[in-house]
Design a protein around this ligand. Structure first.
Ligand code: NAD
Length: 503
C-alpha cells in the first residue's frame, strides 16, 4: 500500500504548468508562457486544481519536428535500450505513485485508492509489460524466399481521454516506444496534469540512459485545435486515439488526408448476461454474487469505464429478484471525498459529463423505464462541504427495453440498466443489438456454457464470472467501438510496419 493521500500532499502538488515538454526540454508555448491556458476544474467543486497551456498548431509542429528528429536514433536503438527506458519509466511512476494518485484523484475525481491501485500502478505495469515483452519478441520471420521484417511506423500522435488518464496514456506510449516509434502526446484537457508528471520522469530517465529527449513530447490543448492539428499533420505517421466515438470519427476523417495509420479505442454499451442454471432453467446459483459483480463493474470509477457493462441481461425466471437485490446493493454504495481513502464513489469528472448523465436519467424515466434507486444526489447524500461537486447516486433502472435511448447510448456515469430475456438466443440477440462492441460479460457456473456464450458476443473483451484483467491480452472494439487493439503483442503491432525482403 502507498501512503494515504491527504489534502496536505495535494496542496504541495506542482499544478501550475506553463511549458510543454518538447525535444527533451521544457519549452514555452509559441505564444509565450503567459498565453491562453485551460483551468483544470475540481470535480468535487473545490477550487481549481491547476492550469495548463493551450497549444496551437505551431506548438504541434514543434513537437512533431522534435519527435521526427529523435526517430532515426530511437528506431535504431537495441531492444535492450528500449527495455531499459520502459523499465525506468515504470520505476519512475512507482517511485512517485502517491503524487500521481493525488493528481489523478484531484483532476478527475477517482477516489484515491482507485487512483493509486488501478490508475497509477496499472500504468506502471503496462510500461513494465512492454519492457518484459521485448526480452524475447521476434521482430522477423522467414516465409519461403522472403524475410518478413517489422519496423517502427514512425512518429505517433497519442490522443487520450480523462477517465483512466495515465493508464490510457501508458497503453499507447509504452507500446509505441517499444516498437521504436517516437511520440507526441495530447492528453485530455480535463485531466492533463498526470501527463506533466510523466514528462518529468522522461526528463530524468532519458539523459541518464542516453536516450534522445524527443522520443516523448507533450503538448496540451483542445481536441479541436491540438488534436486536429496532430491528426492531420503531414509528418505524423500514425494517430492512436482513445475517446468518444464522435471524436474518433473526426480524428479518422482528418487523418484520411494524409492516409496515416489510425487506431481508435472508442465508446461502448456493453452487456453482461446472467445465465440460468440447467437443466430446470429457473435458478441462478449465487444470484447475489452475480448482481454484486454486475454493480461493482457498472459503478466502478463512477461508471466512467469504457468497458463497463451498463446493460445487465437477466432471465425472466429471476428478474424481479435480481432487481430487488440490485436495489439493496446499490443502496449500500456511499458517495465520498475522492481525496480520502476508501471504497466510496467519487463525483462524475466534468460538468459536461454531469449534465449528460442527469439528462440520460431523465430520458430513462420519460421513456418508461423504472428508476429503482439513484439519480441526482440530494444534499444530505453529498459529502460534507463538497455540495458543489458533480454527485450522482448509484442508479439502477429496471424494465428497460433495448430500444430505449438509455440502453443504446453510452451514459458514462453510475447508471446501470436491467433488461429481461426469455432464452439464450434472445440474450445473444439483445447483447449484440448495439452499434458498439467493446466488451461483454457472462455469469454462469458452467464454464463451458459460459465460454460458448462468450464466443457469440460481438465484442473485443468478454469477461466470464469474475475474470481478471490481463495487461498482456489485447483490448479493443468491434463495430463502432474502434479499430485496432491495445496491450501486449497486438498493441505493439499497431505501431509497426511490415516489410517483405524477397530473395
Ligand atoms: P473525448 O472524445 O471528448 O476526448 C478524448 C480526447 O480526444 C481528448 O484528448 C480530446 O481533447 C480529444 N479530442 C476531442 N475532439 C477531438 C477532435 N475533433 N480531434 C482530435 N482530438 C479530439 O472523450 P472523453 O470524454 O475524454 O472520454 C470519454 C470517452 O472515451 C467515452 O466515450 C469512453 O467510452 C471512451 N473511452 C474508450 C476507451 C477504450 O479503450 N475503448 C477507454 C477509455 C475511454
Amino acid at each position: 500500500m502507498g501512503q494515504p493521500v491527504t489534502h496536505h500532499i495535494r496542496s504541495r502538488l506542482d499544478t501550475e504548468r506553463r511549458h510543454f515538454w518538447i525535444g527533451g526540454a521544457w519549452q514555452p508555448p509559441a505564444c509565450g508562457p503567459g498565453g491562453p491556458h485551460t483551468v483544470v476544474a475540481d470535480p468535487t467543486g473545490r477550487e481549481a486544481v491547476g492550469r495548463v497551456p493551450q497549444g496551437t498548431p505551431e506548438d504541434v509542429s514543434a513537437a512533431v519536428a522534435a519527435a521526427r528528429a529523435a526517430f532515426p536514433a530511437w528506431a535504431a536503438a537495441e531492444a535492450g535500450t528500449r527495455r531499459e527506458l520502459l523499465a525506468a519509466v515504470a520505476r519512475g511512476i512507482l517511485d512517485r505513485e502517491a503524487e500521481f494518485a493525488a493528481v489523478i484523484s484531484a483532476e478527475m475525481g477517482a477516489p484515491v485508492d482507485n487512483a493509486l491501485h488501478v490508475q497509477t500502478r496499472l500504468a506502471a505495469e503496462v510500461f513494465q509489460s512492454y519492457a518484459d515483452l521485448l526480452a524475447d519478441h521476434a521482430w522477423e520471420q522467414r516465409i519461403g524466399t522472403s524475410q518478413i521484417v517489422q519496423e517502427p511506423v514512425g512518429v505517433v500522435a497519442a490522443i487520450t481521454p480523462w477517465n483512466y488518464p495515465l493508464y490510457l496514456i501508458a497503453a499507447k506510449v509504452a507500446a509505441a516506444l517499444a516498437a521504436g516509434c517516437t511520440v507526441v502526446l495530447k492528453p485530455s484537457c480535463d485531466a492533463p496534469l498526470n501527463a506533466f508528471l510523466l514528462a518529468g520522469i522522461f526528463a530524468e530517465v532519458c539523459p541518464a540512459l542516453g536516450v534522445p529527449g524527443g522520443v516523448f513530447n507533450l503538448v496540451t490543448g483542445s481536441g479541436a485545435v491540438v488534436g486536429a492539428a496532430l491528426s492531420s499533420h503531414s509528418d505524423v505517421d500514425a494517430v492512436s486515439f482513445t475517446g468518444s466515438t464522435g471524436a474518433g470519427r473526426s480524428v479518422a476523417a482528418s487523418a484520411a488526408g494524409t492516409v496515416k495509420r489510425v487506431g481508435l479505442e472508442l465508446g461502448g454499451k456493453s452487456a453482461r448476461v446472467i445465465l440460468v442454471d440447467e437443466p430446470d432453467g429457473t435458478t441462478v446459483q449465487d444470484l447475489e454474487g452475480a448482481v454484486r459483480m454486475a454493480l461493482s463493474d457498472a459503478f466502478y470509477n463512477s461508471g466512467q469505464t469504457c468497458t463497463a457493462c451498463s446493460r445487465v441481461l437477466v432471465p425472466d425466471a429471476v428478474y424481479d429478484r435480481a432487481v430487488a437485490l440490485a436495489a439493496e446493493e446499490a443502496g449500500r454504495w456511499e458517495l465520498g471525498d475522492p481525496a480520502v481513502a476508501g471504497d466510496h464513489l467519487g463525483p462524475v469528472a466534468t460538468p459536461r459529463q454531469y449534465a449528460g448523465v442527469l439528462a440520460h436519467i431523465e430520458q430513462g424515466v420519460a421513456e418508461g423505464a423504472r428508476l429503482v434507486i439513484g439519480g441526482k444526489a440530494p444534499p444530505d447524500r453529498t459529502p460534507t462541504g463538497l455540495g458543489a461537486g458533480h454527485w450522482i447516486l448509484p442508479t439502477v433502472f429496471a424494465d428497460v427495453t433495448n430500444d430505449m435511448v438509455i440502453a443504446r447510448e453510452e451514459i458514462f456515469g453510475p447508471v446501470v440498466c436491467f433488461l429481461r430475456y426469455r432464452d439464450e438466443q434472445e440474450a445473444v440477440r439483445i447483447a449484440n443489438d448495439s452499434i458498439y462492441g467493446l466488451a461483454g460479460a457472462v455469469w454462469c457456473t458452467d464454464r463451458l456454457r459460459a465460454e460458448r456464450f462468450a464466443r457469440q458476443i460481438r465484442a473485443g473483451l468478454v469477461t466470464v464470472n469474475s475474470g481478471q484483467f490481463n495487461v498482456l491480452a489485447p483490448t479493443g472494439g468491434y463495430k463502432q467501438s474502434g479499430i485496432g487493439r491495445e496491450l501486449g503483442t497486438a498493441g505493439l503491432h499497431e505501431f509497426t510496419e511490415t516489410k517483405t525482403i524477397q530473395w
